[in-house]
Design a protein around this ligand. Sequence first.
Ligand SMILES: [Zn+2]
Length: 412
Amino acid sequence: MRTSIDGASQVLRPPADGLPFLRHDRAASLRSDPGSLTIDGEEILAVESDAGAARRIDARGLAVVPGWVDCHTHLPFTGWRAAEYAMKVAGRDYAEIAAAGGGIQASAGALAEADDRGVLDQAEALAAEMLAHGTTTFETKSGYGLSIEAELRSLRLAAALGGQVPQSVSNTALIAHAVPGGFDADGWLDAVEASLGAMLECAPVGALDVFVESIAFTNRHLERVGALAAARALDLRAHVEQFASHRSVPVALAAGARSVDHLACLAPVDLPALADSECAAVLLPGAEVMGAEETAPARALADAGAIAVLATDANPGTSPIISMPLILGLAVRRYGWTAKEALLAATLNPAWVLRRSGEVGSLEVGKRADVLVLDGPIEQVPYRLGHNPVAFAFKSGELVFARPDCADRLSE
Ligand SMILES: [Zn+2]
């Protein structure tokens, strides 16, 4: 079916077509002029209205933007950890909570107890909630298995999730998340290496990931995961500099990382090389707020021309947040960013991280029609913190979400 979205106050467009990413010092070059958009089949047909379209949306006063790309989530997981959040708010730190049997171990236990249907039911419900908030592409991670068998199952569940939700899904094998009982870190990576072929048969995996922290793995393990990724032609992603500075960014860059994620404690000396590279700086302000973490140097990264990205880090421990609009709002307030900087970090640049920027992440003729119609101007997305601005969401041209109070704008 052909859809014409007519007369929007703003259509968010890149400064040129075909850009694989846009460095953040150029975010102001995103265009937000009035306009229209036509969708035909799965693709964007034109950045103008179509008189013959069978379906029309009256977008006067509204904004049209690309669907959000959430490139860092920990779906599929099971259960929640609200009691730990209460401990955290009361002043206990991550290491204390982990030592008390909480943290990643708690989610591994919950995953082990749940049957496949229970895990998928929760993940599918979260994916639906994400879609209603405008997320049309997201990433999954394994890492709550903590045994080889459970990691294989986790990857199978991620693949099953991808087959059952409307979104495009990219799978990451978080092979070094926490050191399982009975192993030291090197021994666990030996076991992972021996099983990596089997893991990669469980799901279409695009990247390997590692958590570098005093309670987890070291820069030496980051190098090793990087070598495993390179040998399999997979991308390297890394959780780094979250709670303390370990100077992991130069190690990740040397290993050819596609992204470094968190960066709340990024050492200032490591910022210029990151900003100059094609490795994305994935910032997770939800985790920063929920964990009372340091603030990533996001203003400086943007000014230095980094490929900056925002994501939810949706997980039951450090960031039980699925809403990208909320993340954009937190980022603007916390980082001193403009609305356009936040929108860029939620669309084209995360698509680059997932190697999907040729397909999604910007409104261009021929790209997949992952399109949101927002209920007001783009500047209201960060400003109306906690509000869901999504009036209509299209995934690959299909209308997958329509807010009841906006129904009178739709005619077919
Ligand atoms: Zn994470």
